[in-house]
Ligand binder design. Structure first.
Ligand code: ADP
Ligand code: MG
Length: 742
């Protein structure tokens, strides 16, 4: 006999054996430990088995009774329906299975009691339960399974619950003693969590619902906790790396001179502050320092005053706060890793511009990468207007440039003549070099993959600061898991004077009225977007749909108006041309696919009609709607949809009721689940085994706080009591490629 441990093979467990082992392997259960952590997906509370006459349609019920008869009846297509009649002293119920003939064979020979669990439905005579899970009560052990809360495990074909339950029980009885709690008593106490052994027992064999919930809480906490510890460690590591210390204080005072930094008075004492100062000195001694100095002196104006002159509006309080948060990162001699979240229209571009100004005034270059050409060009135009009056040159790098334009742009960034570069992913291609890239900004970062962000960072001087911005409001729970290694800033205020967007939801039959409304607004001088229905994932078909819609409108109802068309299959120059005409108000109506989803900013456009809106996800609708409501005019969003099911209805209602992106994201998360929501670029759902991001959001927050506290005290987990945690974190890291945004 080999020594017992959680690593013992699962096949030695009672009821498993070599015949069942392959089925266990299918579920990923190789060891006893695997079995212990194969947790029930739900429970049946058989302490409450109702008499059969009490069951009502629509309830999930457990029934127990005597099997009276079994029949199978062929139906079309060579299929069969198996029907079993079960009764108890109070009544009779039918159990039905569709196309599972072997059930009839199995039940045929059986006379005795059964229990079954499933959804009760109305039937011809009384109730029936279709496709129930069932068990035969053959011996005492089966009977022991009654009158308690029964775990139901995820299973696989050919593996019955009874075997899984037996194995779990054997693991709990025989091996729990070998389970070592990775969490030290201090954490259990602080977070009021149950010990591991207690929790594993109660999750498999709960004595009560309350116990089961407490056990689950402990295990969910643990799952979140290791991830959060891992993320916190990663953040702590980044904070150890050396990066650029931008002289923000000097910029604020309007002078960039060594005498203001007080470095001369810092002797060789190793304090964090001195180390930082020394880095500043090192930076400034570099070849370009002189230039930076000159630049700031020439300007000689405190940076906030420069910003005030640069922007055509006053920043909101939230924008100012976020800029300060970013600057304080930039000031640190470590690379910045910060995420700015701000709902559509909250003014992220201006925030980016201000932080980029600071980089430029410190003698560095700054780059902004946007996901589409339309957006890059729009930013290029905006930044040109802001920066050129200050004598700061801006370069554009997009894929469609001809070789002459490209060469010129490359020369500008390489020589450092252009202090600012705006581009699409063309900016991270080979051959693009920067003279001194100190700050890299990624706009609408959810559109990019991890590798693209890393590539942008690579272009920097040493370890540049990285700022990622996103308008996709994701629930805080997801932010904490997907971006837990980033610092977070939230722009939680919209610029003043914005009128809220009025959203209406209209069935397709009301299209004519909608068109009349649009016409009225156009006659008042406004512009409109029409978003064509989402017909498929294919860009080509999507483009076709937009073309059809545009044709329908311009040759029909809007014959006398100026209608333009925008879709992903058009040449860049065509796209640009259409966008420019729309911006200059040479078009009244722009028919588009979702290519206008991100970033596009035309304040005079005050109405958006979304065709077949129920085909879009909530966050996409929210993004689309964000294209209007950007000017002083009352704006409208009309969702044309025939919501056929609950989900669609709830989505439409949510859009009508709120414009708060975070609220919308919460609903989206609930309706679609985290995998969908996170989008493709983020590889989606973290494979939490037990935890549920929707349901366990609060616990995630608790786990995060606990992790931060732990890492603050013991950044690299060297304390003896934290060795269990360290092992778990390492195990996690080796199993899952941790998503990082660096
Ligand atoms: P987003 O956060 O969606 O990227 P933008 O940066 O495109 O938003 O800004 C949306 C609009 O609001 C732009 O027209 C911009 O000029 C304007 N804007 C930004 N900040 C302010 C402000 N503080 N006051 C007034 N208008 C602002
Ligand atoms: Mg934007």
């Amino acid at each position: 006999m080999t020594e017992r441990s959680l690593n013992s093979e699962a096949q030695w467990l009672k009821g498993v054996g070599p015949k069942v082992a392959p089925l266990f392997a299918k579920l990923g259960l190789y060891t006893v430990g695997d079995v212990l952590y194969h947790l029930p997906r739900r429970y049946e509370d058989r302490t409450k088995i109702p008499p059969i006459k009490m069951i009502r349609p629509g309830q999930h019920v457990t029934i127990r009774g005597n099997l009276r008869s079994v029949s199978s009846r062929p139906i079309s297509g060579g299929r069969v329906i198996v029907k079993a009649i079960v009764d108890d002293p109070t009544g009779t119920v039918a159990l039905t299975w569709f196309n599972q003939p072997w059930i009839a064979r199995k039940l045929d020979q059986y006379k005795g009691e059964v229990v079954a669990y499933g959804l009760a439905k109305e039937a011809e005579f009384g109730c029936e339960i279709s496709a129930p899970e069932y068990e035969l009560i053959e011996d005492e052990e089966d009977a022991a399974d009654f009158a308690r809360i029964i775990p139901v495990y995820p299973s696989t074909e050919g593996l019955v619950q009874k075997i899984l339950r037996r194995a779990a029980r054997a693991a709990v009885e025989g091996y729990l003693g070998y389970a070592v709690d990775p969490l030290p008593p201090s954490i259990l106490k602080a977070e009021m969590l149950r010990p591991l052994r207690w929790s594993l027992r109660e999750i498999h064999e709960p004595a009560s619902d309350a116990n089961r919930l407490e056990a689950r809480k402990r295990l969910v906490f643990e799952e979140f906790f290791y991830l959060q510890v891992s993320l916190a460690m990663k953040r702590a590591e980044t904070q150890q790396e050396l990066g650029i210390a931008f002289p923000i204080q000097a910029l604020k005072e309007g002078v960039l001179a060594l005498r203001h930094s007080g470095i001369a008075e810092s002797p060789n004492v190793e304090t964090p502050k001195n180390r930082k100062a020394a880095l500043v000195v090192k930076e400034r001694r570099s070849s370009h320092l002189f230039e930076a100095d000159q630049e700031a002196k020439r300007e000689g104006i405190p940076i906030w005053d420069q910003i005030h002159k640069m922007l055509p509006f006053e920043l909101t309080g939230a924008q100012r706060r976020v800029i300060e948060e970013i600057w304080s990162d930039m000031e640190q001699p470590h690379p910045m890793n910060r995420l700015v979240q701000g709902d559509v229209g909250s003014g992220k571009t201006a925030v980016a511009a201000c932080t980029m100004l600071a980089a430029v005034r410190s003698g560095y270059q700054a780059a902004l990468m946007a996901p589409t050409e339309i957006l890059a060009e729009q930013h290029f135009a905006t930044f040109g207007k802001l920066f050129e009056p200050l004598g700061i040159e801006v370069a554009l790098l997009v894929g469609k440039q001809n070789s002459r334009e490209r060469k010129k742009a490359l020369q500008l960034t390489e020589s450092g003549q252009a202090k600012i570069a705006i581009g699409t992913h063309a900016i991270i291609q080979e051959g693009v070099t920067f003279d001194r890239l100190g700050l890299a900004v990624v706009d609408e970062q959810h559109r990019f993959g991890v590798l693209q962000r890393a590539a942008l960072r690579q272009k920097g001087l040493g370890n540049p600061d990285v700022l990622v911005m996103t308008a996709t409001p994701i629930p805080r729970t997801l932010t904490m898991t997907l971006y837990g290694d980033l610092e977070l800033s939230v722009i939680d205020e919209l610029p003043p004077g914005r009128r809220s967007i009025k959203t209406h939801y209209k069935p397709g039959a009301n299209r004519t009225t909608v068109y009349e409304g649009v016409r009225k607004l156009v006659e008042e001088g406004r512009q409109a977007y029409f978003v064509c229905p989402m017909v498929s994932e294919s860009e080509k078909m999507q483009a076709q749909a937009a073309t059809d819609l545009a044709y329908r409108l311009e040759s029909g109802v809007f014959k006398d108006l100026r209608v333009g068309l925008l879709h992903g299959q058009m040449k860049s120059s065509e796209k640009e041309d259409v966008m420019n005409r729309f911006r200059r108000h040479e078009l009244d109506i722009l028919v588009s696919t979702t290519v206008i989803e991100v970033g596009v900013d035309v304040p005079n456009a005050s109405v958006m009609v979304i065709e077949d809106a129920n085909r879009f996800g909530l966050s996409q609708l929210h993004q689309l709607r964000g294209r209007v409501g950007r000017g002083d005019h009352q704006s409208y969003c009309i969702l044309i949809a025939d919501a056929r099911n609950e989900d669609a209805r709830e989505r439409m209602d949510t859009m009508v009721e709120t414009t708060d992106g975070f609220e919308i994201a919460e609903v989206d998360l609930r309706l679609r689940g985290p995998g969908e929501l996170a989008g493709t670029a983020q590889s989606g759902n973290r494979d939490f085994k037990i935890a549920d991001l929707v349901q366990d959001g609060k616990l995630l927050e608790v786990a995060r706080q606990a992790a931060l506290k732990l890492i603050e005290k013991d950044p690299t987990l060297v304390l003896p009591e934290n060795q269990g945690i360290l092992a778990k974190v390492q195990e996690r890291r080796s199993q899952t490629a941790v998503i990082t945004v660096s």
